[in-house]
Design a protein around this ligand. Sequence first.
Ligand SMILES: *Cc1c(COP(=O)(O)O)cnc(C)c1O
Length: 391
Amino acid sequence: MTDAKSYQAREKEFLFETYPKRDVVISRGRGATLWDIDGREYIDCAAGVGVANVGHANPAVVKAISEQAATLITCPNIFYSEVRADLLKLLAEVTPAGLNRAFLCNSGAEAIEGAMKFARLTTGRTDFVACMRGFHGRTMGAVSATFNKKYRQPFEPLVPGFGFVPLNNIDKLDAAVTDQTAAVMIELVQGEGGVRPANAEFVAAARRITQERGALLLVDEIQTGFCRTGKFFACEHHDLEPDIMTLAKAIAGGVPMGAIMVTDQISDAMGQHGTTFGGNPLACAAATAAIEFMQTEQLARRAAELGDYFETRLKQELPARIKEIRRLGLMIGLELTDKVQPHLVKLIEHGVLALPAGPTVLRLLPPLVITEAEIDRVVDAVCEVLSEAAA
Ligand SMILES: *Cc1c(COP(=O)(O)O)cnc(C)c1O
């Protein structure tokens, strides 16, 4: 057996399986490139599912992690920490106005869980309104806010009090928000749900309706945040100031971390919520390095420009299989006329790793440090694969 086959067999034997796997053993990364165990090169348009915005093995992040690891890895939240203090200040600076305090945690789902608790504590209300096709994570609270039956149904009964409205349907939203609604939860571009942007009217209505009825607006920027959509946060496309914002994925250059950003209006939860690992020095150092890199390299502007470049290049050859291009910055969804899965397998053979977003959407979330030449190679591979006759 080759090394690749033996590692695959070992994972198959010992892993508790939750994901269908592709036949690649990834060993190493740099920028937008990954190498497998046999030295084959791939352009990574999965980026750890929208995690590696600053690129794999980003030197600034590597340096910060290495130095912090040799200094202090863990420090509980009952003490102060220099690196945590620095990150908290930076997060308040880069996020929309009003979001000046953060609860630091370890993942997206955990950020959603905490956000739900904070919303109930602050409002004294129990209910939530979320969007159809929305995705907020896999833990019991987060999955209760997630629309797809496949994720929800096997685990019922879930957290009660959730209603769902179609994205961009203002009348349905208006009808759903009651005097028992603690928060309206939205993604500004639905990620797992198929790369579907909320429109400006809907976002403005969500802000207005929540304000009028004493409910909070919770914006989930776990996938859209940190320059992905061509702004530091997708909120900036709408001049939106939410009450709560959840962050994770790209926040710490690949190190697991989540954050809940809140306004001063959100009540403290002294002794009522907590975390062991959240805000540990290692993750904080990584996050500060990643965010400073995004600032100095102007990754938001880069994502906007490279996203335009990608779309222009793609439209020059546009395969007939692409029904619609949905995109904001380098968050790209290609709605296909047929199932995406076989095309993802073929793309691997062409040296491109990509993602699905539902059964018929090809999703590309490349590192934002990707070059134009690499985008050319991605477009060529996508066009070649999508132009092939059906198997
Ligand atoms: C990925 C994702 C989550 C869940 O994050 P995990 O870190 O996997 O728990 C929640 N919301 C959105 C919008 C996401 O894309």
